[in-house]
Design a protein around this ligand. Structure first.
Ligand code: ZN
Length: 160
C-alpha cells in the first residue's frame, strides 16, 4: 500500500545539515509515525506521501517546512524557582511547558544564569535546511485506536 492519511509508516532515516554533517539517524531504531498527524516535519511528510515499502526518498526540506525560521521567537527569562524541582537546568535542555492558551509548548534552555534561565520556543534546528535520506520499511493502515489517539502504537510507537 502507498503512504497516505491514516497510514502507520516505519522508516529508516539519516538526517544531515547543509554541510553533510549527520544530525540524527535511526541507526537500527526505525521511526514509526502516523501519517497526517503532524508527527514529522511537513516537508518530509509531504515527500513521503504516495511512496511504498522499499522506496528510498531523498529530500531537502527548507526551514519553512521543517522546524521554522530562525529569529522568529523572542527568548524569555524564567526564574529558577519556576522550573520543575527535579531538573538540573543546562543549556540545550528541552522543557515541556504550558503556554498562555493552555496548550503544551516545548522550550529549549539557551543559557543558565544564577537566578534564572533564558529559554526559547525556537527549535534548535530552526533555520536549517534538513537533508533527509529515508527508506520506507513498512506501511500499514492505522487501527481505530491509533487514529483516536493520534499516534502509532506497537514497536517503535507509543506505549501506554
Ligand atoms: Zn495511544
Amino acid at each position: 500500500m502507498k503512504i497516505a492519511a491514516a497510514s502507520v509508516v516505519t522508516l529508516d532515516y539519516v538526517l544531515k545539515d547543509e554541510k553533510g554533517v549527520t544530525i540524527d539517524e535511526s541507526a537500527g531504531h526505525p521511526l514509526v509515525y502516523l501519517h497526517g498527524h503532524d508527527m514529522i516535519v511537513p516537508g518530509l511528510e509531504n515527500a513521503l506521501a504516495g511512496h511504498a515499502v522499499g522506496d528510498n526518498v531523498k529530500v531537502a526540506v527548507p526551514p519553512g517546512e521543517g522546524y521554522g525560521e530562525r529569529g522568529e521567537e523572542q527568548p524569555m527569562s524564567v526564574p529558577l524557582d519556576r522550573l520543575p524541582k527535579d531538573i538540573k537546568p543546562e543549556a540545550g535542555m528541552m522543557l515541556d511547558a504550558v503556554g498562555p492558551d493552555g496548550n503544551s509548548v516545548t522550550l529549549w534552555i539557551m543559557d543558565v544564569k544564577p537566578d534564572a534561565v533564558l529559554v526559547t520556543a525556537e527549535h534548535p534546528l530552526a533555520g536549517v535546511t534538513l537533508h533527509f535520506d529515508v527508506t520506507v520499511k513498512e506501511v500499514r493502515a492505522a487501527t481505530k485506536e491509533e487514529l483516536e489517539h493520534g499516534h502509532a502504537h506497537g514497536e517503535g510507537g507509543h506505549h501506554h
